[in-house]
Write a protein that binds this ligand. Structure first.
Ligand code: PMV
Length: 325
């Protein structure tokens, strides 16, 4: 029997950058995100009699680090379920892989959800979030729909995401794609380098804790402008911490900065829009749903070379076919 699950990427409004524990993926800071309704990943897990796990992404057999990360998640599920068999994993992405568009968040949330079902593990969403975290930290947030907060925690049990209710106007995220190329430095390597060498990393950790508290309060109050301002601050501070690393990590390109500038211009014209960017040059613009098409038109007029995709709040990971469907 095959279990198939779907999950969507999430984009952090308050960023996660840097680990306290590399093996368990316990972050140095808590974070808060919006799960999107675009670019889903669908993953099927089938128990097999073969002597090893086999992992295919878009039909291509994975080896090395990528397949090891999948195995880490499967090992955890075997441990928790008490079952020992191997699995065949087939995953299909609809987003360019490793271009800072959160493909790994969707991938590992879908994997944890499908594999738990296939191995008969009765996992609630919090447990799925902890399992997904082992593959890619940010994946723990894609288990949940809409706005979610990842509590940093101090160990495996206390480090998980949970849903928050958003009481403000419906949110949109305009994804400005300036490049679909794979990033040159993985987020894992870049984070470690920032933790080990950037003199700004301690300030990032301290300021992030305060920012996360403020943002959580603004989410509860439905205060869109405050969430937006803090979103832009968090992104720029995260990138500043990377700029301080040796050698520096720079994901933002000239095109990314042009989009950040265009968003400032939009705000001065009275449109509530706020820019953020992750481990890649693509820029995501947080705005109100009812202003999203206006934001796309204005950004297209300024930067016509980028491709724009409008996303709204999307669903958490879920089983499509399998025991728990
Ligand atoms: O979970 P990872 O290893 O893909 O790290 C992602 C980190 C950022 O996307 C840059 C920020 C975040 O909180 O998602």
């Amino acid at each position: 029997m095959t279990s198939t699950a779907t999950a969507h990427p999430n984009i952090a409004l308050a960023k996660y950058w840097g680990k306290r524990n590399d093996a368990l993926i316990i972050p140095a800071t808590g974070s808060l995100s919006l799960t999107l309704d675009v670019f889903p990943t669908t993953t099927s897990v089938t128990l097999s009699d073969e002597g090893a796990d086999a992992v295919r992404l878009d039909g291509v057999l994975l080896t090395g680090d990528e397949s090891n990360r999948v195995r880490t998640v499967l090992d955890r599920i075997r441990e928790l379920s008490g079952r020992t068999g191997h699995a065949r994993v087939e995953s299909a992405n609809t987003v360019p892989t490793a271009a800072g568009l959160a493909s790994s968040a969707a991938a590992f949330a879908a994997l944890a959800t499908a594999a738990a079902d296939a191995f008969g593990l009765d996992a609630d969403d919090r447990m799925l979030s902890r399992i997904a975290r082992r593959g890619s930290g940010s994946a723990c947030r894609s288990v949940f729909p809409g706005v979610a907060r990842w509590n940093a925690g101090i160990d495996d049990e206390s480090s998980y995401a949970e849903p928050l209710s958003w009481n403000g106007p419906p949110l949109a995220m305009v994804v400005g794609i300036v490049s679909s190329q794979r990033k040159a430095v993985s987020s894992r390597t870049a984070m470690r380098r920032t933790v080990e060498t950037s003199p700004y990393f301690p300030a990032w950790v301290t300021s992030s804790a305060a920012l996360l508290d403020q943002m959580s309060d603004a989410v509860a109050a439905g205060d869109f402008a405050t969430v937006g301002e803090l979103t832009e601050q968090s992104a720029l501070r995260m990138h500043a911490s990377m700029f301080g690393a040796v050698p520096p990590v720079r994901y933002l390109s000239a095109a990314s900065l042009a989009l950040f500038d265009a968003v400032v211009t939009l705000r001065s014209a009275g449109i509530d829009a706020y820019a953020t960017a992750d481990a890649g040059p693509n820029v995501k613009v947080l705005c109100r749903s009812d202003q999203a098409s206006h934001v796309v038109d204005a950004l297209t007029a300024t930067i016509p070379d980028a491709e724009y995709v409008v996303a709204h709040a999307g669903p958490g990971s879920h089983i499509v076919t399998g025991k728990g469907a």
